[in-house]
Design a protein around this ligand. Structure first.
Ligand SMILES: CCC/C=C/C=C/C(=O)SCCNC(=O)CCNC(=O)[C@H](O)C(C)(C)COP(=O)(O)OP(=O)(O)OC[C@H]1O[C@@H](n2cnc3c(N)ncnc32)[C@H](O)[C@@H]1OP(=O)(O)O
Length: 311
C-alpha cells in the first residue's frame, strides 16, 4: 500500500521536479539560486569562500529604501537562507552613507493610489499590504539562518535602523550616527525597530528617548548602549575587520552556527524553558550530524582548518 502511495506521488507530484533535472538536482538548484541572483538595488559579492557581502546599492540616492530595494532585501535574504555556498553575510551600504531610510520620492507615489479609493477600508487595505510586505523583508534577515553582520558608516536613518536591528551583530565607523527618525515624518515606526531595539539595547528608557525624540545617537553611545559591538576608525578598516569576523564564522560547522542562530532568535521570544525544549528537539537531530563528530575529534586532537560539508 505504502509503495503504491509513493509511486503515485512520484508520478503526480514529483514529475515537475524530475522533468527539470531530477529531484535531487531540483533541490540543489534551489540551494544555488542566490549564487546566480542579481538585484537592481543590492550588490552581492563573495569576498571569501562562504562569506557573502550584500551592499545597499543606490549610492546616488544615499541608499534610500524604495519599493524595489525593500523587495530586493526580502528576496535576497530569503535566497541566501537556502544557498549552500553562503554561511555568513556582511551587510553594508555603498557610497556616502549606510542609508537615508525610506525613499521620500517613492512614498509620494502612494498618495495617488490612496486617493483613488474613497472608502477607509479600501485605503487601509493598500497600506496594510505595504506595511506587512516591508515587515516581511526586514524579518527575512532574522529568518535567514546565516549570521548577518551589519557594517554601518556615517548615517543609519529610519528604515535603516529597522534593517540593522534584524541583523545578528552590528559594527560602525566612529563618525556614524543612528536615528529612529519616524516620529519626525509623523509616523510610528512599523517594520521592526520598536519590536527589536528594546531587545538589543538594555535600557528601555534610552530606547524610548531615541524613538520619541528622533535624536541622532552617535557611535560612541551606540557602543556604550550595546547597539554595536565595535567601532572602527573608518569604512575601509571596518569592512576589512567585519569580513575578518565573518571568515572566522565561516570556518565553523554550518550545522552548529545555523542551529545557534535559530535557537538564539527563538529563545529571545520565548521563556527559558521553551527555549530549552526547542534546542533539545533541534539537537536530538543535529547531534547526529557528521559535523558533531568531525568538530569534536578536531578539538580533541588539536586539528586546525577542519573542513565541513556544505549545508
Ligand atoms: C511602510 C513604511 C515602512 C518604513 C518606514 C521608514 C521610515 C523612515 O525611514 S523615516 C526616515 C526617512 N528619512 C529621512 O528623514 C532622512 C532624510 N535625509 C536626511 O536627513 C539627509 O539627507 C541625510 C542626513 C541622510 C544626509 O544629509 P546630506 O546633507 O549628506 O545630504 P542631502 O543634501 O540632505 O541629500 C542628498 C540628496 O539625497 C536626497 N535624499 C536624502 N534622503 C532621502 C530620502 N530618504 N529619500 C529620498 N531622497 C533622499 C536629498 O533630497 C538630496 O537630493 P538632491 O537634492 O536631489 O541632491
Amino acid at each position: 500500500m505504502l509503495s503504491l502511495i509513493a509511486k503515485r506521488a512520484t508520478n503526480t507530484i514529483l514529475p515537475q521536479f524530475n522533468n527539470c533535472s531530477g529531484g535531487t538536482n531540483f533541490v540543489k538548484s534551489i540551494a544555488k539560486m542566490s549564487h546566480q541572483a542579481s538585484y537592481e538595488t543590492l550588490s552581492v559579492t563573495v569576498p571569501s569562500e562562504f562569506v557573502y557581502h550584500v551592499e545597499l546599492n543606490r549610492p546616488d540616492q544615499l541608499n534610500a529604501m524604495n519599493k524595489t530595494m525593500w523587495l530586493d532585501i526580502g528576496q535576497c535574504f530569503e535566497n541566501l537562507n537556502t544557498d549552500e555556498n553562503c554561511r555568513v553575510i556582511v551587510l553594508s551600504g555603498a557610497g556616502k552613507i549606510f542609508t537615508a531610510g525610506l525613499d521620500f520620492q517613492d512614498m509620494l507615489t502612494l498618495a495617488p493610489q490612496l486617493a483613488e479609493q474613497e472608502d477607509v477600508a479600501r485605503k487601509s487595505k493598500i497600506l496594510y499590504q505595504l506595511i506587512t510586505t516591508y515587515q516581511k523583508s526586514i524579518s527575512a534577515l532574522e529568518l535567514c539562518k546565516k549570521p548577518i553582520l551589519a557594517a554601518i558608516h556615517l548615517a543609519c536613518v529610519g528604515g535603516g535602523v529597522d534593517l540593522i536591528a534584524a541583523a545578528d551583530m552590528r559594527y560602525c565607523t566612529k563618525d556614524s550616527w543612528f536615528q529612529v527618525k519616524e516620529v519626525d515624518i509623523g509616523m510610528a515606526a512599523d517594520v521592526g525597530t520598536l519590536q527589536r531595539l528594546p531587545k538589543i539595547i538594555g535600557s528601555d528608557s534610552l530606547v524610548r528617548e531615541l524613538c520619541y525624540t528622533a535624536r541622532k545617537m552617535p557611535a560612541a553611545e551606540a557602543l556604550g548602549s550595546g547597539l554595536v559591538s565595535r567601532v572602527f576608525e573608518d569604512k575601509a578598516s571596518m569592512i576589512e575587520g567585519v569580513i575578518g569576523i565573518a571568515k572566522e564564522i565561516s570556518k565553523k560547522s554550518p550545522v552548529a552556527v545555523q542551529g545557534t542562530k535559530v535557537s538564539l532568535v527563538y529563545s529571545r521570544d520565548h521563556t527559558v524553558q521553551e527555549g530549552l525544549d526547542h534546542i533539545a528537539l533541534w539537537n536530538q537531530l543535529m547531534l547526529q550530524s557528521e559535523d558533531f563528530t568531525t568538530a569534536t575529534v578536531a578539538q580533541a586532537t588539536k586539528q586546525k582548518d577542519t573542513v565541513f560539508a556544505k549545508l
